[in-house]
Design a protein around this ligand. Structure first.
Ligand code: 5GP
Ligand code: MN
Length: 365
């Protein structure tokens, strides 16, 4: 909790904000390598050309935080370009503002232009340039001051300003904090609310993970007061499957899930042929990694997916098995304590074999 000291509460603006909120406001201390985000606020006093981006293969929190921030900054009179490093999955394309998003892989020229013209860059829901994959070099070279808003462990020392807090449920919750920190609570409307709710909903597993706190719920209560239609969003996120996707799930659970009772672990390994069988699209594998955890006693779950350009791994755990360290140590990845990801340079089948070897070595419980 050291990152949430009341150090800045002496600054009167913050005290006013805190007094005016029904949610406990986090106050973020600077990391040693970047200034606290409140020091960047003067840069936002006049209209700026702002570039926002997030991680490759964006999820609900990535797109929700990017678009929530987008709508807020546009309301403040800035000229904003939001760029996703890769395609947005279908279950998120309903989100207000999606039509303004650029996809770096498909619209690289426009995206690069916006990045080089930017006067300010926001990076949300990731904490290392390499997580933007094909945008990494451009981001590194971009001259504008860079601001980080993120909740993953171990941020790289690449930002000028930022707020980074692994105790926060989601980056969307931090965008809510950021808007409040700017003294703009009254600008949060149903559109911003819909974006932010999406990220909180998806990153907390519908409010079930340990990362869900009282202030997460207070934020949602506040968004409800401001007109959030939560049931519609649950429907967009959960009830938008194609029949093929549902059949794909049935096939995977029956044919591709392995349970290692001895290690309280489950594995789903999907080859490229598996993905082709059901014409899967981006997003169809979303959430698959959670299924083994619904089996009694399973506390560690892994999804290995053979993608066109890499073998991707997703890890989830319950309790005290740290999958962030696991991903970092064995599969060039990282993330959160109970949810992380990584990749392998080996072939798909070699990766599966290697994973099983490691599993028998570490004996997770
Ligand atoms: P997912 O399994 O959904 O891809 O990722 C789970 C969590 O781990 C997400 O919060 C994601 O941002 C993070 N993550 C996934 N892959 C990587 C990676 O390669 N490196 C790091 N540092 N984090 C990752
Ligand atoms: Mn997130």
């Amino acid at each position: 909790m050291t990152s949430k000291l009341a150090l800045f509460l002496s600054v009167s603006a913050y005290a006013q904000i805190v007094a005016g909120l029904n949610s406990a406001l986090y106050v973020y201390l600077p990391n040693s390598f970047m200034k606290a985000i409140h020091e960047a606020l003067p840069l936002l006093q006049s209209p700026q050309k702002i570039f926002i981006t997030t991680h490759h293969k964006p999820d609900g929190d990535a797109i929700g935080s990017m678009l929530g921030l987008y709508h807020y900054l546009v309301k403040k009179g800035h000229s904003v370009t939001a760029v996703s490093p890769s395609e947005v999955p279908d279950f998120l394309t309903w989100m207000p503002g999606f039509e303004h998003l650029l996809n770096f892989e498909a619209e690289s020229k426009k995206s690069e232009e916006a990045l080089s013209n930017a006067e300010l860059i926001f990076c949300v829901d990731f904490n290392d340039y390499s997580r933007t994959k094909y945008m990494t070099l451009q981001l590194q070279r971009a001259a504008a001051p860079k601001i980080l808003i993120d909740h993953h462990l171990l941020p790289a020392a690449q930002w000028d300003y930022g707020m980074s807090d692994p105790d926060r449920s989601s980056t969307c919750e931090m965008i809510y904090d950021f808007i409040n920190l700017c003294g703009d609570h009254e600008l949060i409307d149903p559109v911003i609310g819909a974006c932010l709710y999406t990220g909180v909903l998806t990153d907390t597993g519908s409010f079930r993970f340990n990362s869900t706190t009282a202030s997460t719920h207070r934020m949602v209560a506040d968004l409800k007061d401001k007109g959030l239609e939560h049931a519609v969003i649950h429907e967009y996120i959960n009830d938008s499957w194609s029949l093929k996707r549902m059949q794909f799930l049935g096939y995977i659970l029956l044919e591709r899930m392995e349970i290692f009772g001895k290690y309280n672990a489950g594995l789903i390994a999907l080859s490229r042929q598996d993905l082709k069988l059901f014409d899967t699209t981006t997003g169809d594998t979303e959430g698959l990694v959670n299924y083994p955890l619904s089996i009694k006693g399973i506390r560690f779950s892994t999804l290995i997916t053979e993608r066109a350009d890499e073998v991707k791994m997703s890890f989830r755990s319950k309790g005290d098995f740290d999958v962030s360290s696991f991903a970092r140590e064995h599969f060039s990845g990282g993330g959160h304590f109970n949810a992380s990801g990584g990749r392998s340079n080996l072939s798909f089948s070699e990766t599966v074999a290697r994973f099983k070897e490691i599993l028998s070595d570490i004996h997770p419980r």
